[in-house]
Structure formats: C-alpha cells, structure tokens
Design a protein around this ligand. Structure first.
Ligand code: GDP
Ligand code: MG
Length: 687
C-alpha cells in the first residue's frame, strides 16, 4: 500500500495535548498554539520531505473520544475513518495519561495503525510520574515514543517510528482490544456477524467497530450505514434496536454507559500496570494559583483588573511608538509635498493613500500589545479560567462558560471568534453565541477609540476604552438573555469546563502567537484599507473641485464632492447622535473594515494639509466635535453592524440568510439606540 514514498500522518489527541506544537515543529508552519481547548477547529495540513519520504502531516482538532458531539470531533473522526491516513499519531498528555487513553483505546478499536507520542514528558517528570513506555507498548501492541513538544525533543524519533509503522505489513496480529462485559461482547459479536453476512462489502469500516458503534446508537454511523448498506442495513439496525432494548432492560442502563464503564475499567487496569505516580508539585502549584484566580469572590475582580490593565497598557505603552510612527508619516508626507510636482496624482498619493493608511498604521504598536496580552492569557492557561469564571454569568443567558472563549477571541478579531463557536455542541448555543459575539470589541475598532478617546478624554482615555469593552460584554449578555427566552429557547447543555495546568509561557510561542494575529492587520493595510482610502479620496476629490495654484496647495472643497453629498444625505440619521457628516461618512465606509473609519476621518480631515503629526486630532477638535459626541460615536462603532468579513463568516457558519440579516439589523438598531441615549442623555445632564 505504501510502497510509493508518500505517507499521510494524522496527529490526533485530546485538546491541549500539544498537537499543534508538534505539527509546527515537524512542518515548520506557524499554526496557533494555545493553552486551552478549542484552538484548532479545522484540520491543517503540511507537507515535508524527510528521511527520503514525502510526509503529509495533518493536524486534527482535539477530541476526547470518537463519539462525536461537536463539529471538531466530527471533523477528526471523519478524517480518520474516511481518508484512512497511513499512520495516526495519538499525542498523549503524559501528565494526564488516564484521560488520554480513552481516545487512544478508540483508535485501537478502529484498527488503524496508531502510534503513541507521550508528550509533555517534562511535566510528567516534574510531577514525578513515571510511565513504563515499554510495558505500555507491549500491552497495547503500539509503538510508544516520549516527546517534549515545546522543546522539539523526540520529534525525529517520532517520525522515524511513524514511517516504520507505515511501512510495516498490515497483517493482523491478535490485538489486545478492550474486552467488554460478557453480555455486551455477545451483542457485539451478534451484530458483527450480521454485518459480515449481509453487508460485508458495502461499508468500508471494520465490522467490529461498526457493530460497536451501532450498539452505542451512534447517529452518524447509523445514518451512513443505512445509506450504504440499503435494506440489509435497515434490517441490521432494526435488529440492533431489539438488542439494545434487551440490554437496557437487562442492565437497567443504556448499553453505551456500560461500554464506557468497561473502557474506563480497562484503562485503569493499564494505568496500574504502567504508571508510577507521586502526584505532587505541579498539580499543587496549579491548584494553589487557582485557589486565588478562580476564587468565588476575588476571582472575578481579578479578571476585570487584568482586562483593565491590558487596555491601560495598550493605550499608555502604545503611545510612545505611536508618536514615532506619526512623526514618520508626517515627515514622509511633508517631504513628498515638497518634491512631487502638483497634480491630481500627488493629491491621491498624499491626501488619499498616505493620509488614509498613515492614520491606521500608527496603531500597529497598540495592536501588537493587545495581542501580546491575549497570547499571554492563552499560553499561561488563564484563558480557560476566564471561561470558568464567566460560567455563572453565562448561565444567566443559558449558555455555559465554554461559549465565552469564542467571545474572548472576539477581542482580537470577530472572524476567527465566530469560527471558534464550532466547539459548541448544540446548534442553538452556536447561533446564540454567533449573534452576541460581534458585540465583543475587536482590535480593528481599537484605533477608532484611541483617536477619539485620546483626543477628547486625554488621561482618562484608558478608562473610557475599558468601559466600552465592558459595555460590549454587558450588551452581549443582555442580548443573549433576550434571545434565549424568545428566539432560541432551550436549555444549556451540561458541560464541565476543563482547566489545563498553568504553564510558564514560552517567549517564542508568545511571539508567534502575537505576530500571527497582528500580521492580519498589516495585510489588511495593503488590501481593504488601501482600497478604501483610495475610494474615499476619489469620492471626496470629485466631481473635480480642486483649485490648482502655482505652488499647489491642496484646496479640495469636500462639501461639494460626492462624499459631501452622501454625508449630507446621511445627516438626518446621525444628527440625533451628535455625529456630523464627516463622522457619518466614516461610519458608513467602516462597513468594509472598521479601521477604515479612521482612515476616512484621516482623508476627510486632511484638507488643511497633513503638515503636523497631530493634524487629525487638531482637526477633530476644531470640527465642533465634543467629548459627548465622541463618546456617542464610539458607542455606535462598538455596536453597529459587523464588518464585511465578519458578516461573511456569520453567513457561512449559520448557513442562514435570515440569521445573518437579523444580526446586521439587530446590531445596528442597538447601536443607534444606545448612541442616542448617550448623546441625548448626556445633553440633558448638561455635559
Ligand atoms: P493542541 O490543542 O493539542 O494543539 O495543543 P497546543 O499545541 O496548542 O499546545 C498546548 C500548550 O502546551 C501550549 O501552551 C504549548 O506550548 C504547550 N506544550 C506543548 N507540548 C508541550 C510539552 O511537551 N511540554 C510542555 N511543558 N508544554 C507543552
Ligand atoms: Mg491545536
């Protein structure tokens, strides 16, 4: 089968066991790693040449079992079943052997070639857990290799073993499978026999495995089996139903529950054989930290403090490099102003492209800091704690803490956040989470806050920005509550949030993490923001109303341009919010990407010439905007319709035009109403 030199290797394992880390080590790719479940939602592939083979490595999403509950588990199982990789490497968290073996045993049952990587060997060592790899290997008839993913230890060895396994003959040895209770085994044999008699060649799954899954009443396998095996399949399923009824009656319990018990029993037997533990140290450290960070009363304030500190840092530390870049942009544009001869192209370059992109690029340091903090939360394991802390709050809206992780990711960018809802089991929970995630203020909105809050709230800017984020969270919770009791009625699925041990983050991983997300920002600079700036410039420069003088001074009368006309047309909508026609225009262009709000302001206000670095700030101040109207505008930006990329993702993930339209209309209405209350309320109170 594998005499050509291509080998497909799938990396499988529990969430957070180090799959992506090992994948990156092998392929040199830079996939995201994180110390919390649900990071890898889709499978990733990488090709490398090594030891004379072409290896295709597939990083599967993490799963605890092959009984699929969530989309990621289905993705992982389908890959293993339908694409039969040559070898599956099951990445096992050695510091948590018992839990990992549950999945491992299911790979044995599927009958694919599987190899165990005992990863996190360093942590197991710290915990003074000793695993007798040789014995484990012998007991289960599986090659076993120790690895330390984040230090790249044992990886070559792992690949060599994988190749050896792929090249080994596939003749079946007597395997040490799980033995189930006698009645269950009898039932399995009976169904297996039926399959072999009536439907042998119609399915490509192994017959024992199919029998087990049918007995467990696995919906997906049942459906596929019925489809492929036709009437014979129907008969067998009917027969299975009778057997299940008999067993349920006999055990007073569904057969799958007995089978799960049997599996755990088998596993604890193995553990007794191969593992010597003195469970101390590491676990205790994590537990002690958790005593404080997830404490009933102080845990939550600490969480809020961390978030607050993050925005303070983002704003205050970011101000320095921001100043440098601002000066750089100002120098560039005044330099060009002097050397380039006056023409419409010069105007495009300086007042369109540089004014637009320049006004956005200055926020790059802030974005870096924000993403660094988020990476720190993720890699240390704190992120999972926040989900735990939020669990109570989330239950108020009938969701569990797990839904909070996609929402937190939304602080970075709503697009991956919405994709991350795939970790949720229930369809209703997913839609609900997708609907409320856009209220989580993404990093593209940050530049707008920094400009407006920085201009109008000076030293209180950090607090204002922090409050906006809180408002976003609050509104998402309130909306969730409303949706849950109206449109998306249902109970929250039971779920136990898993708390991975705290880990000291590695600088390299933090940097990769930070960079991975930040480079999206740069990519958007060259794409949607560049194009947006040009369009905005075009609409503000035409119909031709530029006065050319000898020395070329920029004298566009924007009010007479297309932009001016559109802006004036919009004013009835935005006037009650205290937002002038320039602000309205920038909000409209922000539909393409939120950063464009800032670049539009940059272009619209550049009419006085971008000769000093605080040009935008000064222009804003002298435009009649007040702190109150700035606040109103920020609230609107926080809440109004998601950007184009997010909307596209919502459409893709809900697969529903109706929900997508609902999300757009709902968020924009809420934005208008909230901004209205802020502005009009503030005026009544005399601000
Ligand atoms: P995945 O969910 O299985 O893809 O896991 P990741 O690759 O995202 O890794 C989860 C966390 O474990 C990251 O913080 C890694 O840096 C860390 N990690 C991975 N392998 C090891 C290891 O062998 N030892 C230790 N101490 N940490 C590891
Ligand atoms: Mg992963």
């Amino acid at each position: 089968m594998t005499d050509n030199k291509n080998i497909t290797i799938a990396l499988a394992g529990n969430p957070n066991s180090g799959k992506t880390t090992i994948f990156n080590n092998i392929t040199g790719a830079r996939q995201k790693v994180g110390n919390w479940p649900g990071v890898t939602v889709e499978k990733k592939e990488g090709l490398i040449n090594k030891f004379g083979y072409e290896l295709k490595i597939v990083d599967l999403p993490g799963t605890y079992s092959l009984t699929p509950f969530s989309i990621e588990e289905i993705v992982a199982r389908d890959f293993v079943l339908e694409e039969s990789p040559d070898v599956i490497i099951d990445i096992i968290d050695s510091s948590n052997l018992e839990r990992s073996l549950y999945l491992a045993m299911q790979f044995r049952e599927i009958d694919s070639k599987v190899l165990f990587a005992l990863n996190m060997a360093d942590i197991a060592r710290l915990q003074e857990t000793k695993i007798d790899a040789q014995k484990l290997s012998k007991l289960l008839d599986v090659p076993v290799v120790f690895t330390v993913g984040n230090k790249n230890e044992g990886i070559d060895n792992l690949l060599k073993e994988a190749i050896k396994l792929a090249e080994s003959g596939s003749e079946k040895k007597e395997k040490r499978n799980i033995k189930y209770s006698k009645d269950i085994e009898n039932a399995i044999s009976k169904i297996q026999k039926l399959i072999e008699e009536k439907a042998k060649n119609k399915i490509n799954y192994k017959s024992r495995w199919t029998a087990i899954k049918l007995l467990e009443d696995d919906k997906i396998v049942k459906e596929r089996f019925a489809q492929k095996a036709g009437t014979a399949g129907e008969e067998i399923i009917e027969e299975t139903r009778a057997i299940r009824a008999y067993l349920s009656n006999h055990f007073n319990e569904d057969p799958e529950i007995i089978m799960t018990d049997d599996r755990y029993g088998f596993i604890s037997g193995i553990i007794k054989e191969v593992q010597i533990t003195s469970p101390k140290k590491r676990v205790d450290i994590s537990r002690n930290i958790d005593l404080v960070l997830t404490h009933k009363f102080i845990g939550f304030p600490i969480f809020i403090f961390f978030i607050w500190a993050m925005f303070q840092l983002t704003f205050s530390l970011g101000a320095y490099p921001m100043g440098w870049i601002e000066s750089g942009v100002a120098m560039l544009s005044s330099g060009l102003e002097r050397v380039v001869p006056g023409s419409i192209l010069k105007d495009l370059l300086i007042n369109g492209i540089i004014a637009g992109m320049g006004s956005v690029i200055v926020f790059f340091p802030n974005i870096l800091i924000l993403f660094f903090c988020i990476a720190l939360f993720e890699d240390t394991g704190y992120m999972a704690r926040t989900a735990f802390l939020m669990d109570k709050v989330m239950h108020l809206i009938g969701l569990h803490g797990k839904s909070f992780i996609p929402m937190l990711m939304g602080f970075g960018c709503n697009v991956p956040a919405i994709m991350a809802t795939r970790t949720l089991e229930s369809e209703k929970d997913r839609i609900l989470t997708i609907l409320i995630t856009p209220f989580m203020s993404c990093s593209a909105r940050l530049p707008i806050y920094i400009v407006l809050a920085g201009t109008f709230f000076a030293e209180r800017a950090g607090n204002v920005i922090f409050s906006l984020y809180l408002l976003g969270i609050l509104l998402s919770i309130v909306s969730g509550r409303v949706f849950r009791s109206t449109l998306l009625k249902g109970d929250d699925a039971p779920f136990v949030m898993e708390l991975p041990p705290y880990r000291v983050p590695m600088l390299k991983s933090l940097t990769i993490h930070m960079w991975d997300r930040s480079k999206m920002f740069l990519r958007r600079m060259g794409g949607v923001i560049l194009i947006g700036s040009i369009i905005v410039w075009f609409l503000s420069a035409f119909p031709q109303n530029i006065n050319y003088s000898e020395d070329y001074s920029h004298k566009i009368d924007i009010e007479k341009s297309y932009m001016g006309k559109i802006g004036k047309g919009l004013s009835p909508v935005f006037e009650p919010l205290g937002i002038d026609w320039r602000g309205s225009l920038s909000l409209v262009t922000g539909f393409f990407a939120k950063e464009i709000v800032v670049s539009t302001l940059g272009v619209l206000y550049s009419t006085k010439g971008p000769d000093n670095k605080d040009a935008l700030k000064n222009a804003l101040r002298s435009s009649g905007m007040t702190p109150l109207s700035a606040l109103s505008m920020m609230v609107f930006v926080l809440l109004y319709l998601p950007c184009l990329a997010t909307i596209t993702m919502i459409k893709k993930e809900t697969a529903s035009f109706k929900w997508t339209a609902f999300s757009i209309i709902y968020s924009t209405s809420i934005a208008w109403i909230m901004a209205f209350f802020v502005y009009q309320g503030g005026r009544i109170l005399g601000f």
